[in-house]
Write a protein that binds this ligand. Structure first.
Ligand SMILES: [Zn+2]
Length: 406
């Protein structure tokens, strides 16, 4: 037991509040280490961030890794035998798992996280039988996209899987609604999510010390874009014995801030909150202002692999700079920029026929984009600590979005 940090317990400490706002800088203490917040969790769906070793992650200041309960379900007995996700992945730091609800629901609706109404219409117009997931009272039936076999996951199954994987933080099983779902449907789905939250809690408590250390559980808030639903569920879930909260849903850019405010005004102040699956700089800035403590998203690493590079002046396509002798972003402290790799060199690596060379590009570019987002959260934290969050945000946003819009 003594091998674990923080006396093998989990708690959240608020270090500094943004004056008059919901946002704060804090520390999440977990059995595998502390997370200084606001923080970005790097996504290693299957226990590894693609192309990065645990050392590569540490080199860019990563504090925590998020993996997926659904994708690791078959490996979960092996993971448990090796002492849990931190040991099995060799990351040995704080970890979080998603319940898998979002992934199996996505099979049904084919939706991304933030979707446009046009895309939504196109999806709902598809024939019912083309949908791969069906929601029932006990969980979600779905067709496995690889094996084509019928499968099922509900709150009970998700908790069993997550407790075998043994991340420091787990997510309760929830039903994600889409932007096209009606108010009536959201009421129905939300009531189901609240019932599943209680089942998740009861089931989780039976297994939370199975691997010898405290595994924590976050309740997940849904409720679409409706203030009454968001507030009522935050109030209800806030009274339940969760260790923290996941802020879920399909958001539009223009309502993200309001939705977060409605939820976080009702939730207990002293528990940490994770905004699920968003990582554009403006999402992280509004999230930090509105009281989200941690973030995750696959976008920075996925975009790096596609040659989209993040900078303080917006992102750019690497193929537009294939003759450039500049580093990815002058002044950046990621390994690629520090070692002086030029855009031209990296572009050549990306296009190389040689697989190890191409993989080295993936590694360096992923580190750069992740470092950009991690540094953003570090700077936000510092700005909160020094009482200059709004000034920092305005300067960042002006530079990032002005250049991009030209
Ligand atoms: Zn860099």
């Amino acid at each position: 037991m003594s091998a674990y940090h923080n006396n093998n317990t989990f708690w959240f400490e608020i270090v500094k509040q943004i004056p008059g706002q919901l946002g704060r800088a804090g520390i999440i203490h977990t059995p595998h280490g502390d997370i200084m917040t606001p923080a970005f969790m790097c996504v290693g769906t299957r226990g590894q961030v693609p192309f990065l070793s645990p050392e590569d992650l540490r080199e860019i200041g990563a504090q925590a890794m998020l993996s997926n309960g659904y994708h690791l379900r078959n490996a979960s007995p092996d993971i448990a035998r090796e002492g849990g996700l931190a040991a099995w992945s060799k990351w040995n730091g704080p970890t979080l798992t998603d319940s898998g609800g979002f992934q199996v629901m996505s099979l049904g609706s084919g939706l991304g996280k933030v979707v446009s109404m046009e895309r939504e219409k196109e999806v709902t117009n598809r024939k019912k039988e083309e949908r791969l997931a069906l929601v029932t009272e006990t969980g979600i039936e779905f067709t496995d996209p690889v094996t084509k076999e019928l499968d099922f996951i509900g709150p009970k199954e998700s908790m069993e899987i997550q407790c075998r994987i043994g991340a420091d933080i787990h997510m309760a099983f929830d039903e994600l609604t889409s932007l096209a779902d009606s108010y009536e449907y959201n009421v129905e789905a939300l009531e189901r999510t609240e019932r599943w939250a209680q089942i998740s809690l009861d089931e989780h408590r039976k297994h939370e010390y199975d691997l010898g250390y405290k595994q924590s559980l976050y309740g997940v808030l849904q409720g679409g874009r409706w203030e009454d639903l968001r507030r009522s569920t935050a109030k209800k879930m806030g009274q339940m014995d969760f260790d923290g909260y996941g802020l879920g849903g399909a958001f539009l850019k223009n309502n993200l801030g309001d939705i977060l405010r409605w939820c976080n005004e009702e939730l207990p102040e002293g528990k940490p909150r994770h905004l699920l699956g968003l990582s554009h700089p403006d999402d992280i800035l509004i999230g930090s202002l509105m009281g989200a403590d941690t973030f995750d998203c696959v976008a920075p690493s996925r975009e790096a692999r596609h040659g989209r590079i993040y900078t303080h002046d917006g992102y750019y396509a690497l193929n537009k700079f294939k003759e450039s002798d500049e580093v990815l972003e002058p002044g950046c402290d990621c390994p690629a920029c520090r070692k002086g790799y030029t855009r031209k060199q990296l572009y050549t690596m990306l296009k190389s026929e040689d697989k190890p060379t191409r993989y080295e590009y993936f590694r360096l570019a992923t580190q750069h984009n992740l470092r950009f987002i991690i540094r953003l959260t570090e700077e936000i934290r510092q700005a909160i600590l020094e009482d200059r969050f709004e000034e920092y945000r305005d300067a960042f946003m002006t530079r990032y979005y002005k250049k991009k819009a030209k």
